[in-house]
Design a protein around this ligand. Structure first.
Ligand SMILES: *Cc1c(COP(=O)(O)O)cnc(C)c1O
Length: 372
């Protein structure tokens, strides 16, 4: 009976859309003996994490913390707290995750209007401008790094438009955070969420978030209760940011230990160096893959360095090739999502997985397989 055997998974090389490879120091931190979630020593760990989350978000926002659940819960935290039934929300959609934001906003009872771009292209700020001429939404939401398409969405201009229209600017930085520039204060972002398993290279299951003063004011002006108890910021706040830490839920202590170490690695390297490393390894992968005849989906200038969307060449079997990569080489890459299923591969070079060695392992494996 297999459940009686000790768990012994393969040593995978994680080059998909997340999770990414994790540094041994992070794994070691996760094995730290457990302490209570209200232990003064754990409170210090939370303070450390908050301070490092602020540095990585390049923000002074007081309300910066980590949701005890994955990126999608960070998304939900931003939207359920900022939207009340009847509010208007303008959601920009250029892939799966923009669509998920619109779905959540609708579940909040918001009146959702959409600005859409074809998958594989960024949102055109002109479209947002036009949409804002005809409406006064409470928030404008957009995905910075659309992991389903490989597009890096420029944010500054759209952020300015949102601000001029009196709307809050909400950003999904799950994939970009700690892998590319995300300047929360300078870019006027009011609410932002991320995840731990992408360029931060910590185990999945946590979501760093940050809220501006304007967002906090919007929270304080709510007329109705947030429909989610767990994600209601007015309650979570006193656990993460209150003078006296009150029990809200039992924090995932071991995952927080791991996250603290992952943040230390990010800051030891330095944000600029880390972003440069992600760009460098993306360029190396591009050179290798183009030499084999692969084409990138996204036009130059809008490509994500940490998530490379490449078109599957004609005659290559998507599922069989990815299975062979996993079984024969222990390499995981991502398939296409939604309308790109079977059409593209998504090759992640995130955090600890963004190394020249990863690029060479994958390109050698592909070269060998495609020759055969
Ligand atoms: C991965 C991802 C999410 C969801 O994160 P989970 O941790 O899987 O819930 C949301 N947005 C983007 C852009 C992502 O890449």
């Amino acid at each position: 009976m297999s459940y009686q055997k000790e768990l012994n998974t393969s040593q995978r090389i994680l080059m998909g859309p997340g999770p990414s490879d994790v540094h041994p120091r992070v794994l070691k931190a996760m094995a730290t003996p457990l302490i209570g979630h209200l232990d003064p020593e754990f409170v210090t760990v939370m303070d450390d994490i908050k301070a490092m989350a602020q540095l990585a978000f390049q923000t002074q926002n007081h309300l910066t913390f980590v949701v005890s659940a994955p990126g999608s819960a960070g998304m939900e935290t931003c939207l359920v707290n900022l939207l009340e039934p009847g509010d208007e929300a303008l959601i920009c959609i250029h892939g799966v995750f923009g669509g998920r934001m619109a779905d959540i906003a609708e579940r909040c009872g918001a009146k959702v209007s959409r600005v859409e771009a074809p998958w594989g292209e960024p949102i055109d700020p002109e479209q947002v401008k036009r949409a804002l001429e005809n409406s006064r939404p409470k928030l404008v939401a957009i995905v910075h790094a659309e992991t389903s398409t490989g597009v890096l969405q420029p944010l500054e201009e759209i952020g300015r438009m949102a601000k001029d229209a009196g709307a809050l600017f909400v950003v999904d930085a799950v994939t970009s955070y700690c892998g590319a520039e995300v300047k929360v204060d300078e870019w006027g972002i009011d609410a932002i969420y991320s995840g731990t398993q992408k360029c931060l290279s910590a185990p999945p299951g946590l979501s760093p978030v940050s809220f501006s003063e304007r967002a906090v004011e919007a929270l304080e002006q709510r007329r109705t209760k947030v429909q989610s108890w767990f994600l209601d910021l007015s309650l979570v706040k006193s656990y993460w940011a209150g003078a006296k830490r009150a029990y809200h839920h039992t924090a995932p202590v071991s995952s927080m230990f791991a996250l603290r170490e992952a943040y230390r690695l990010v800051l030891e390297e330095g944000l600029e160096n880390r972003f440069a490393r992600h760009r460098r390894n993306h360029e190396l992968l591009k050179t290798e893959l183009e030499a084999m005849g692969f084409e990138f989906l996204v036009k130059p200038g809008y490509r994500l360095p940490m998530l490379n969307a490449v078109v599957i060449p004609p005659g290559v079997d998507d599922a069989a090739t990815r299975k062979q990569l996993l079984d024969g080489y222990n390499i995981e890459i991502g398939g296409g999502l939604g309308k790109f299923a079977g059409k593209i591969w998504r090759i992640g070079l995130m955090g600890q997985s963004s190394t020249a060695n990863h690029v060479h392992m994958l390109s050698s494996a592909l070269r060998e397989m495609l020759k055969a």
